[in-house]
Design a protein around this ligand. Structure first.
Ligand SMILES: Cc1ncc(COP(=O)(O)O)c(C=O)c1O
Length: 365
């Protein structure tokens, strides 16, 4: 077997143990005589998988009975649309942080729904185009009072910038955590809703995992189509229609893996992995980090070769690929180099990268 060190931003590396267990159970899941993909979503075997996945995730995030966890297809991008459709009332207002590409996309969907409903959208900050990339500083947020909800993104995957201290807002706080959920110590109860496209720290692509306070879900617009209402997923435990059963199964296995690793241990490893790469970047003028140091992401490390030397960056990415390190190219919208090192990314892969960076600098610096 030969597995690449996969630095992809998503879909991304999954725990090898989870893949191997899934492979073992693929054609006959624990003596059921069929794979998880083939079993009824109303049967008791699948029901156990579904319930356990939710319970493990809630335990890891410290969520009580006032929270629901929903599986919604359409990825995180569907959430960008569902949030305003549910919670932005006619003539009302919502607040959005514009910190980078992804929160910018969420804002755009909010503005679309606002235009349809004669509502307003307040942009609480705009540092989306800043270089070095960053998050707003504590005194930069300009949240309006009385908005229906406040939306932000905890980790801008493309910029490689992450919020370290969440701001206090005056109403429901909703957070896109697609690229850093369960990667560091975080009080999840400071939010009213948080969500993540599954394909980074949670499982395979094809759904978003949405944690929402039941009280908030119940306040959503009940005139929009049933499948777009959060209450449908909460009331029916994400079984109103056929859910993405395979994705939920792998999500549940991944959550069990997180629990087995131990959150504290995993969070510490994540910080150590990122530090190893940032130390090389900071150790020489050959490299330039893309994000302001105080906002550097531990999940998506972004950097350039001095002077934004695209030719040399291409050479770096191509040579790394030959050595078994794949997907180090920065997002197509910004270029440069990006190493996505999610929970399941192994320390040996980081060591291989760091060693290659040093060799590359010696040969090309
Ligand atoms: C922070 C963030 N939000 C949203 C998305 C969009 O996710 P999806 O492709 O699941 O719609 C991404 C995808 O990379 C992301 O990184």
């Amino acid at each position: 077997m030969s597995r690449a060190y996969n630095f992809s931003a998503g879909p991304a590396v999954l725990p090898l143990e989870v893949l191997q267990d899934a492979q073992k159970d693929l054609v006959d899941y624990k003596g059921c005589g069929m794979s998880v993909m083939e079993m009824s979503h109303r049967g008791k075997d699948y029901d156990a998988i579904h319930q356990e996945a939710i319970a493990t995730f809630k335990e890891l995030c410290g969520l009580g009975d006032d929270w629901a966890v929903c599986f919604i297809q359409g990825g995180a991008s569907m959430q960008f649309a569902m949030i305003p459709m549910n919670f932005l009332p006619k003539g009302g207002a919502a607040d959005y942080a514009k910190q980078g590409t992804w929160s910018g996309k969420a804002l755009k969907e909010g503005q679309k729904v606002a235009a349809l409903r004669g509502a307003t959208v307040n942009v609480a900050c705009d540092c989306a185009k800043d270089i070095p990339t960053r998050m707003p500083k504590a005194d930069e947020w300009k949240w309006a009072a009385g908005s229906a909800y406040y939306h932000l993104c905890s980790n801008e995957t493309i910029a490689g910038a992450e919020i370290k201290d969440f701001p206090k807002v005056g109403g429901p706080l909703i957070c896109d955590m697609s690229s850093d959920i369960l990667s560091c110590e975080r009080d999840y109860n400071q939010f009213d809703m948080f969500y993540a496209g599954a394909q980074k720290n949670l499982g395979p692509s094809g759904m978003a995992v949405v944690a929402i306070r039941k009280e908030l879900a119940a306040k959503g617009d009940d005139k929009i189509p049933t499948m777009l209402q959060y209450r449908t997923y909460v009331d029916e435990n994400s079984l109103f229609n056929t859910p993405p059963t395979w994705g939920i199964y792998i999500f549940g296995e991944t959550m069990k893996w997180v629990k087995k690793m131990g959150k504290e241990n995993l969070f510490k490893l994540n910080a150590e992995k990122a530090k190893k790469i940032y130390d090389v970047i900071d150790g020489s003028d050959f490299w330039t980090g893309t994000a302001l140091p105080e906002f550097r992401s531990n999940m998506n490390v972004t950097w350039r070769i001095h002077g934004n030397n695209e030719e040399l960056e291409k050479k770096f990415i191509d040579e790394a690929k030959k050595l078994g390190m794949s997907s180090l190219k920065g997002h197509r919208s910004v270029g440069g180099i990006r190493a996505s090192i999610y929970n399941a990314f192994p320390m040996e892969g980081v060591d291989a990268l760091v060693s290659f960076m040093k060799d590359f600098e010696k040969a090309n610096g």
